[in-house]
Design a binder for this molecule. Structure first.
Ligand code: ATP
Ligand code: MG
Length: 323
């Protein structure tokens, strides 16, 4: 347990830092290829579980298409929301709103903007340090769906990267598209614009010939250009954590294992199959009842799955001891 903020109002907190180093919250970012697969449910549940484990958490709603985090926590929308940060009116810390749960706060997403919203690169560069300097042990970002450029930038900056899929073919297909976009985004970060342009057109022409058949980006680029691209190594150092949500059978739970082997084999990406979360009608029923399912039903298999997931990430040695 890192810090105990029980009964503290986060806004009133004076953050104590014993070392001289500036405080850095751990940044967890939750993304998905397809919409409606459970990102908000997963983000809100990770937040609640970490807070129950004694950690202070801020969940930041960064879904540009509309805010939902407040809804799943049973809160009314606030006039104080992330729009004020992007307009330069408030710092991110000033937008943190406490919930009724100890140690758990959130930043309300967009809900009063009727014009299309997009992040600029400069805004993202400013946002990441502010996310990490929020007064909390963990900051969890709930993103909108899809591999948009700002999503990929935030995903790369995260200490833990979560990719949520359901077992449906439409979601699996979009999860692979997200992964490919993430791999290409990493190539872009590490290559000159010309080299990146060449790599993408080489990959695209091969994709057009082979269609849905997966192929190793690294091997194909090496065969075509004769160059060994070192930056593929970086993709294995900070793994993407796959969560299969709404699983209804053992076969659906096991889907994560096959997705992991595809990613390791073809994309040279460190993909970790973190957990599968059961489908449970209580999830959407509790949203309707405005009480989060982990609060309404704290002792279900679902709650156990989030507990195991969090423990695995915050204290891996504890889990190894019981396996
Ligand atoms: N494990 C589950 N069991 C049953 N229902 C679930 C589960 N996970 C999510 N749901 C339900 O699925 C719907 C979509 O979930 P959620 O809003 O979390 O998805 P999302 O990925 O955040 O969507 P969006 O892309 O629109 O932001 C909601 O009605 C939610 O209650
Ligand atoms: Mg959502």
């Amino acid at each position: 347990m890192e810090r105990d903020f029980e009964n503290d109002n986060v806004e009133a907190l004076t953050f104590k830092n014993s070392s001289d180093k500036p405080h850095q919250a751990k940044l967890w970012v939750v993304a998905s290829g397809k919409g409606g697969v459970g990102k908000t449910f997963v983000s809100s549940s990770l937040g609640l579980t970490l807070s129950k484990l004694g950690h202070s958490v801020v969940v930041v709603d960064l879904d540009l298409s509309g805010a939902n985090v407040h809804t799943v926590y049973g809160m009314n929308p606030s006039h104080m929301n992330i729009r004020h940060f992007f307009e330069g009116v408030k710092t991110l810390q000033e937008l943190v709103i406490p919930t009724q749960f100890s140690r758990l706060s959130y930043v309300q997403g967009f809900w009063d903007s009727w014009t299309p919203i997009d992040f600029s690169m400069a805004q993202i560069e400013n946002l990441v340090p502010q996310l990490k300097s929020l007064r909390a042990d963990y900051v969890i970002v709930d993103l909108g769906a899809g591999a948009l450029e700002p999503h990929l930038n935030l995903f790369r900056a995260a200490d833990e990267k979560f990719l949520v899929t359901t077992p449906e073919p439409t979601s699996i297909e979009k999860t692979y598209r997200f992964i490919e976009s993430y791999v290409c985004h990493s190539l872009k970060e590490n290559a000159t614009p010309d080299a990146y342009g060449n790599m993408i057109s080489t990959l695209r022409s091969h994709r057009q010939r082979t269609l849905a058949k997966p192929f190793s980006f690294r091997s194909y680029l090496k065969d075509q250009t004769g160059i060994h691209y070192d930056f593929f190594e970086n993709l294995t150092t900070s793994p993407v954590r796959l969560i299969v949500n709404s699983a209804r059978s053992q076969t659906e739970c096991d889907l994560g294992h096959s997705m992991k082997s595809v990613c390791n084999k073809y994309y040279d990406l460190g993909l970790d199959f973190l957990s599968s979360i059961d489908y449970d009608n209580a999830v959407w029923q509790s949203v309707k009842g405005r009480e989060h399912v982990l609060i309404a039903q704290p002792f279900t298999p679902l709650a156990g799955q989030f507990l195991a997931t969090c423990k695995q990430l915050i204290a891996p040695e504890e889990l190894r001891a019981v396996v």
